[in-house]
Write a protein that binds this ligand. Sequence first.
Ligand SMILES: *[C@@H]1O[C@H](CO)[C@@H](O)[C@H](O)[C@H]1NC(C)=O
Ligand SMILES: *[C@@H]1O[C@H](CO)[C@@H](O)[C@H](O)[C@H]1NC(C)=O
Ligand SMILES: *[C@@H]1O[C@H](CO)[C@@H](O)[C@H](O)[C@H]1NC(C)=O
Length: 596
Amino acid sequence: MDTMNDRRRTAVLIVIAALAWNYLGKEKSSSIRIATAVDYDPCCEFPCQNQGVCMSYADKSYSCDCTNTGYYGVNCTSATVMTAVINAVKPDPEYLHTILTTDLWIWKVINNIPFIHDAAMKYIFLSRGDQVDSPVRFESDHPYTTLDAYFNETYFARTLPPVPTHCPTPMGVAGKKELPDLDMLIQKVFVRRQFLPEPHDTNLLFQYYAQHFTHQFFRTNYTKGPQFTKGNGGVDVSNIYGLTERQRRALRSNVDGKLKFQIINGEHFPPYLKDVPGISMEYPPHLPITEDNKFALGHPFFALLPGLFVYSTIWMREHNRVCEVLKEQHPHWDDERLYHTAKLIITGEVIKITIEDYVQHLSQYKVDLKFKPQVVHGTRFQFHNRINVEFDHLYHWHPLIPEGIKVEDSYYSLMDMAFSTKSVFTHGLDAFVKALVTNRAGKLTSRNHSPVTVPVLKKMLENSRILRFQGVNQYRKKFNMRPFRDFLDLTGDEELARDMEEMYGDINAVEYYVGLIAEKDSPSLTPLTMVNVGGPWSVKGLIANPICSPHWWKPSTFGGEIGFDIVNTASIEKLFCNNMVSKCQDITFKVPPGTL
Ligand SMILES: *[C@@H]1O[C@H](CO)[C@@H](O)[C@H](O)[C@H]1NC(C)=O
Ligand SMILES: *[C@@H]1O[C@H](CO)[C@@H](O)[C@H](O)[C@H]1NC(C)=O
Ligand SMILES: *[C@@H]1O[C@H](CO)[C@@H](O)[C@H](O)[C@H]1NC(C)=O
């Protein structure tokens, strides 16, 4: 009898404790109206912390809405008990990054014990996914939540809303009345003095992967404005197959699911533009490019740089190869089914390679990143994604581009290469791939931007001003990093700190992209803020893909076990080896040891 009563008492205590925990976890509803003595909109000061939402009133008072932030108080600065406990055990992002990028025995354990590794991947996917608003709340035309942000998909999403137009300075209240002159800023912070090579031996195969992959979803519609996109919300492989149904139809051969191709020097290449009505490519009108040098590709820009053309060719060959594998399994399938199933397999391969080869190298994490969508099934993870315009800006990685590239015994400057795929045919695709592997990329940092790409940079910075991006410190806070204290804390370089302080006056006025690039080095390929801001958007975009969701992620979606296996064993090396005449030759994102 006694033990029975004891058990009951314990059960009651546990329930009371759980209820108390739940109660303490709720922030007390605050929204206290605070009078101010300022003559501008007090929300321009961004007084609400921890993602509280500021609302101002006609009499220049304001309140912070702390609902669901885990904080309460006038400026949402007091942590609830539960938040305080979580904060006490949560590692600091800078420390965590150091741990993740250091060779420690713990990574060997985690990488080799499957159930622990699954738990690690689950933690990475969920913690990164949690940092992205899903569904989206903001677009670029309003500094508050609108329904259009969600339903009008011609808008890029926006992670932080724009600085209101009526604020005292372009950054709210911080800094000078005007932002630094762009030409001066570019000269002082961005332009390359001498080529700085990427310290992790990153090669041009990586640089072109980044460009080829991201152009499927970074598709600003400049006709409409820098806040609008022509693209979809993620990895839709439109860079391979085309964005519109008209383009996709035009590129299909209508036989066995395959894409159109032609044979040049005994190898398969994409068809000539003249042979594919329905495709338009962005060949600059002033250049004398003959019809035998114009190709029809899934992306209008990809014939303008030989590295992008190489990737387009390889993916076209891979699609056709996968169609043959499927046809052998399912001889009765029609062209339509072979095409669509192959496309699903290609999507899976793209995501697998992006996570396991590309992001692994980019992050320099010592934990093996694995494409295992099943670890988030049944969790709070949302299978929905939109592209943030801040992600597009973050991904301007032109410092990776060197001044030229050596292919066999020839040297091509950036301008020799631009607008032409000729060098690929002069040397042959395999020799060109070898050059991409053995040429070094530049370091992603300040003062390493080739003068040739400055116009692209300038346009992007202009757009970030038109779109009224908040400062880099606001993004640091949004992604749970402490704001930079001063310019030296940002740059770690006294001369650069001095130059930037002169231009901006206040660390809280430093622009988003400028801060991302000017930050001191980290163990990854990019500085830390770029990893910790871009990481969540990237993970979310990859794992929120429909193929990763519970009812899609199964062999039948990919035409059976063989197709599923192609996805689950894909790698950058296999992708090239299966589609080059000379087969395998050290295909990685690193310059092989011994290469000068
Ligand atoms: C709230 O933020 C405002 C603006 O930054 C500041 O002036 C004020 O002192 C803060 N109030 C409290 C209670 O922290
Ligand atoms: C989306 O918003 C823009 C700007 O307000 C507008 O021009 C466009 O018509 C909207 N599109 C749709 C589909 O509602
Ligand atoms: C880009 O914007 C223009 C102007 O609003 C519109 O006519 C066009 O359809 C858009 N392009 C795409 C591909 O969405």
